[in-house]
Design a protein around this ligand. Structure first.
Ligand code: 8OZ
Length: 358
């Protein structure tokens, strides 16, 4: 029998009833203190028919924030708030992992404790502007992390992983994509370090491997996924040799027996991506592969049938269609997404997208 989007699958220890994953989507609607609130519970619960939900990117500490109204995963109240989300998704038969996130230089002093500078591998200001509570403001030159500060970052990932498990999540996804802290270390446009964390592929991947090892030691590899985006230029990112770098990264990840590798297969948010062979990348990884980027039903089924991908992560389609699985199953028309309500606001354009009439 040919596998398709509706075939069950196991990612590590996580059993999925289908292969349609809700991709992580930043929505900027957390309550005070980065605590998930009632409308967040409703939104995720509505999408529990996905085989797996990856939460929106979730800061692991006060220094990990880079946008307004993000839900964190490092205080007791945040854990209690997320537990309501997780319990609601589980009650509907769904699975959900927490995407743990440090933004690095993609932030602004106004979003950080005492207005301090964002941190990064190197003191290089990204082109562009930060979303702040005062509107768009130019990015600033970040403070380059001293090598003595790196164990503290790893500890934040450990703490957040423990918090995620305490909230009942089925696992965690380490966000190493889209120009945030771990990706800033990987790619040489943002990493100009001359110590053990810069230069060679091994050195640039060192912090990521330390984080993965630490998170796996807490959660078990079968509950840990990772997201990468080898050629996404979003957040002013560039690497001089992305294919060789990410083939190396993926090979190095094999030792951890992770639940899955999640790959953004190109560029998002405008800007062309460098050429890259994702089929070749996939062959370097021994575990399950989650593909993401503008897949529809036909391309998703084709990627699964060909063996390129095990599961497909859908972003905007799940945002606008809480019952996307049923719509794909029955070839029903889709709700169109309203871009004006993607980031921030209330229930409008969030938890009010209609289900199919029964
Ligand atoms: C879009 C807007 C804000 C954040 C990512 C967390 O790219 C994000 C993000 C995307 O991973």
């Amino acid at each position: 029998m040919t596998l398709d989007l509706f075939s069950p699958v196991k990612l590590g220890s996580i059993s999925l009833k289908n292969r349609m994953v809700m991709a992580p989507l930043t929505r900027n609607r957390a309550g005070a203190g980065g605590v998930p609130q009632a409308m967040n519970v409703t939104y995720y619960e509505q999408r529990a028919t996905a085989g797996l939900i990856v939460t929106e990117a979730t800061p692991i500490s006060d220094m990990a924030h880079g946008y307004p109204a993000l839900p964190g995963i490092y205080t007791e109240s945040q854990v209690a708030g997320w537990k309501k989300v997780v319990d609601a998704v589980h009650a509907k038969g769904g699975k959900i992992v927490s995407q743990i996130w440090h933004v690095g230089r993609i932030s602004h002093p106004s979003l950080l404790p005492n207005g301090i500078l964002p941190i990064a591998p190197s003191a290089i200001k990204p082109a562009g502007q930060a979303f702040t509570y005062q509107g768009l403001q130019d990015f600033v030159t970040p403070r380059a992390l001293d090598v003595s500060g790196l164990p503290g970052i790893v500890n934040e990932y450990i703490h957040a992983t423990k918090c995620a498990l305490a909230a009942g999540f089925d696992g965690v996804e380490i966000h190493a994509a889209n120009g945030y802290l771990l990706d800033q270390f990987l790619r040489d446009g943002s990493n100009k370090r001359t110590d053990n964390y810069g230069g060679s592929f091994e050195n640039r991947a060192r912090l990521l491997m330390e984080v993965v090892k630490a998170v796996v030691d807490v959660a078990g590899g079968d509950k840990v996924g990772i997201r990468i985006s080898p050629v996404n230029p979003f957040n002013d990112m560039y690497d001089s040799n992305p294919q060789a770098l990410f083939n190396y990264v993926v090979e190095s990840l094999n030792q951890f027996n992770l639940a899955y590798l999640h790959v953004v297969e190109g560029g998002i948010g405008g800007g062309g991506a460098q050429p890259f062979d994702f089929v070749a990348l996939r062959k370097h990884f021994k575990g399950a592969y989650m593909a993401n980027l503008a897949y529809d039903k036909a391309r998703g089924n084709a990627a699964i049938a060909s063996g390129h991908a095990d599961v497909i992560a859908y972003g905007v389609p799940f945002l606008a269609n809480p019952d996307l699985v049923e719509r794909y199953r029955t070839n029903a028309p889709l709700n169109q997404a309203d871009v004006n309500t993607f980031y921030g606001g209330d229930e409008k354009g969030y938890s009010d997208y209609p289900f199919l009439k029964v």
